[in-house]
Design a protein around this ligand. Structure first.
Ligand code: NAD
Length: 255
């Protein structure tokens, strides 16, 4: 599989899965432009320092990104130990805004990959709400809808990963039909990255122990990165609108 000649924008390149995707995509021939609030510690072909939690700072970043982009990987994210407002802005509203702003720079055959989570698996329980949020016209309209439909603070991470999976499914249809741009999610289980400890704190010992017996181990970031770069490649040219678990089989044990 090759990403030779492709320009790929990767958010979250300063750490964890985003850093690993950047490294692997460059190895596979891509030109990688990173976006993060923190400086990256690996070699990139370009880097835009940006806080992805507000439309104004996202627009400033967009102005500094290339005019031609073959793929966008939305990987930056915060755990549920962050304030709920920040979780909403970074993990959902900002991700949506960045994708929408960059869409016109993606050619037919381009790809967007969003990182959801196994913790978004219960989206069917709140499908109507997630569809209503997905239908809001942009960042501010989404924030307004959320002000009118408050999300419980202790499960806000799960809520916005669910919302992302539903937005991905709904929005990928017109973007693929009208523009030939594919959009997909991956849903990792636990991954050995710096925020794994936050997830343990967020979920509590009981849930962590329950899951621990259902999987061999957490993933290494490269095991998630290889699926993300595959979704960016032409080998995945007929894959769109899916949410692909990358969890060592953990989600299947809950059936
Ligand atoms: N680690 C896991 O167990 C796990 C499991 C499922 C899903 N995920 C998801 O994977 C994605 C990557 O997480 P990770 O595990 O690599 O974590 P990480 O903390 O190692 O990396 C997250 C990156 O996002 C960046 N970021 C956070 N807020 C930002 C902001 N406002 N503006 C710009 N950049 C910002 C951070 O600086 C960091 O570089 C996240 O969306 C996370 O929800 C992680």
């Amino acid at each position: 599989m090759s990403l030779q000649g492709k320009t790929i924008v990767v958010t979250g390149t300063a750490s964890g899965i985003g850093a690993e995707v950047a490294r692997l995509a460059r190895f596979q021939g891509a030109r990688v432009i990173g976006v993060d609030r923190n400086e990256p510690s690996l070699t990139l072909d370009g880097f835009v320092k940006a806080d992805l939690s507000s439309p104004a700072t996202i627009d400033e970043a967009v102005a500094r990104l290339p005019q031609h982009i073959d793929a966008l990987c939305n990987i930056a994210g915060v755990p549920g130990t962050a304030p709920p407002d920040v979780v909403a802005r970074v993990n959902y509203l900002g991700l949506r805004h960045l994708s929408t702003q960059l869409l016109e720079r993606l050619p037919a055959g381009g790809a967007i990959v969003n990182v959801a989570s196994i913790l978004g698996a219960e989206w069917p329980q709140r499908l109507a709400a997630h569809k209503a949020l997905a239908a809001t016209a942009g960042f501010e309209a989404g924030a307004q809808w959320l002000a009118e439909h408050p999300v419980p603070a202790d499960t806000c991470y799960q809520y916005f990963k669910e919302a992302l999976i539903v937005w991905n499914a709904v929005q990928s249809q017109p973007w693929f039909l009208q523009r030939g741009v594919r959009m997909n999610c991956v849903a990792p289980g636990p991954v050995f990255t710096p925020i794994l400890g936050d997830f343990v704190a967020m979920l509590g010992e009981e849930r962590v122990q329950r899951d621990a017996h259902r999987m061999a181990r957490p993933a290494y970031a490269d095991e998630v990165a290889s699926v993300i770069t595959w979704l960016c490649s032409d080998a995945a040219r007929w894959v769109s609108g899916v949410n692909l678990p990358v969890d060592g089989g953990l989600a299947s044990t809950y059936l």
